[in-house]
Write a protein that binds this ligand. Structure first.
Ligand code: IMP
Length: 499
């Protein structure tokens, strides 16, 4: 006979945190959000630690190189999606690894014989007022000069003449070679009163431009997640079908960590694939999932997973529960898996971090997931709202929205994630295609979420995530007390009604 689990399947909205005593040395500024990303011996430092407990979902609509760069600069990590050819995913990894803070790949480029009219159009399109003049008009062509919007006036100079006549030629242009560091470049910008310093390779090809404003910008990110060579870290999603080709290509491109992406990771296929990665690339951290209970966690941890993702059916775009009747409330899943992780540590001495993936709707859900035992969280909807995500930004009557679609939707058709027995295709959809409210720049949005998380931890008397996990007190809320959680007055800008 089927087994009925005694415990009800619960989700984050059903819980609140109780404040704990807050000591005088516990403040938002002293909260340390570092957290283990990968398996390590209990009591020792992990090989990779996040500086902030956020990862972005392995999804087309979410984890672009631009988002990966922005998130790593804020101490988190993106997993670039595998729903694309191996070489495209490897190129995306390279794009993140090649990012050099403050060193910009020029996006406003012209040839010397292009007209000033063409230049004005390019500047209008990119919104930038400094253009590189290269022999072939590309960002990596041989640099011949720079031209800025201050070098020409449409009425005075007309727009028909060639750019070459108004540019500052390379012979009069201070420039640097590729060995220069950001702080040396910055020193030159100030000492030589420059706005922009081009960086060239040995053959005179343009590599980067360094702007004054970008140096200041870099100072805004003290918690960047970087590797030993100071390059931003990036993760990559993989699947149990083509990992033999995909994994070597991603590692060659510089991926720091891999993660099997499956809607149901409790399978022999995933265990076999984990074993293969561990055999051929023993030093590469690789995560597994998704699971919703302790038994499945232990299965993947024993198969070699370096972290395990938790969550089936709770994602905002997910219809797996409707379609297949599979899943578990995310709070119950995290609590159960966290207990299994702790038991595994007691038994084996190995700490295998867990990630709460999907279903985080409000900022405070992040705090709840971490309090319930997650080492870090993964979010799709949250990051899809930002400029750096892949979806188009569209105007509506009520403001802007961004597109956001599930990996199991007809739009993404990521059959490798779903074991539907459809060979090379999805038999039925497990995700929807929709919109989320546009939320601007990731840097600003994430700063706000982090500020709330820090403040919640302070109320709970914790300055570190391990302390938060081990001392948090949670209470279930009734429907009535859930109502009490919201404002109960007529809001100033809402119409007053008689009832
Ligand atoms: P969200 O943060 O609630 O939007 O959930 C994102 C998570 O949902 C991802 O990290 C995946 O685990 C999961 N997911 C992504 N696409 C789909 C889908 O099409 N169906 C079901 N789950 C999905």
């Amino acid at each position: 006979m089927a087994q009925i689990i005694a415990e009800v399947s619960r989700t984050f909205n059903e819980f609140l945190l109780l404040p704990n005593r807050t000591r005088t040395d516990c403040s938002a500024a002293t909260v340390d959000l570092r957290t283990a990303l990968v398996r390590h011996s209990a009591g020792q430092a992990p090989a990779i630690e996040l500086r902030s407990p956020f990862t972005s979902a392995i999804m087309q609509a979410v984890s672009t190189p631009a988002l990966a760069i922005a998130l790593a600069r804020n101490g988190g990590l993106s997993f670039l999606h595998h729903n694309q050819p191996v070489q495209d995913q490897a190129a995306a990894v390279r794009q993140v690894k090649n990012f050099k803070a403050g060193f910009v790949v020029s996006d406003t480029n012209v040839r010397p014989d292009d007209s000033l009219g063409v230049l004005a159009d390019v500047m209008r399109r990119t919104g930038h007022s400094t253009a590189a003049v290269t022999d072939d008009g590309t960002a990596t062509g041989r640099l011949l000069g720079l031209v800025t919007s201050r070098d020409f006036h449409p009425q005075r100079h007309g727009l028909d003449g060639p750019v070459g006549e108004r540019m500052t030629p390379l012979s009069e242009l201070p420039h640097a070679d590729s060995e220069i560091t950001l702080s040396d470049a910055n020193a030159r910008l100030w000492d030589e009163r420059l706005d922009c310093l081009p960086v060239l390779d040995g053959d005179g090809h343009l590599q980067h431009l360094v702007f004054r404003s970008d140096y200041a910008d870099n100072k805004r990110f003290p918690d960047q997640l970087v590797d030993a060579a100071k390059r931003l870290r990036v993760g990559a999603g993989i699947n149990t079908h083509d990992y033999r080709e995909r994994v070597p290509a991603l590692l060659e491109a510089g991926a720091d960590v891999l993660c099997f992406d499956s809607s149901d990771g409790y399978s022999d296929w995933q265990a076999q694939a984990l074993t293969w990665v561990k055999k051929h690339h023993p030093d590469v951290p690789v995560g597994g999932g998704n699971v919703v209970d302790g038994e499945a966690f232990t299965f993947l941890a024993e198969a070699g997973a370096d972290f395990v993702k938790v969550g089936v059916g709770g994602g905002s775009i997910c219809i797996t529960r409707d379609q297949k009747g599979i899943g578990r409330g995310q709070a119950s899943a995290v609590l159960d898996v966290a207990a299994a992780r702790d038991a595994f540590r007691e038994r084996t001495g190995a700490y295998v971090p867990i990630c709460s993936d999907g279903g985080l709707v409000h900022d405070y859900h992040v705090a709840l997931a971490l309090a319930m035992g997650a080492d870090f969280v993964m979010m799709g909807r949250y990051f899809a709202r930002f400029d750096q995500a892949a979806g188009a930004k569209l105007p509506t009557r009520d403001g802007f929205v961004k597109e956001y679609w599930g990996e199991g939707s007809n739009r993404a058709r990521n059959w490798q994630r779903y074991g539907q027995g459809g060979g090379q295709g999805l038999v039925f959809e497990e995700g929807v295609d929709g919109y989320v409210p546009y939320a601007g720049d990731l840097n600003e949005g994430l700063a706000l979420t982090v500020a709330k998380l820090r403040t919640t931890m302070v109320s709970c008397g914790s300055t570190t995530l391990p302390e938060f996990r081990s001392t948090a007190r949670l209470t279930l809320v009734s429907d009535q007390s859930f109502q009490e959680s919201h404002a109960n007055v007529t809001l100033r800008d809402a119409p007053v009604t008689a009832s």
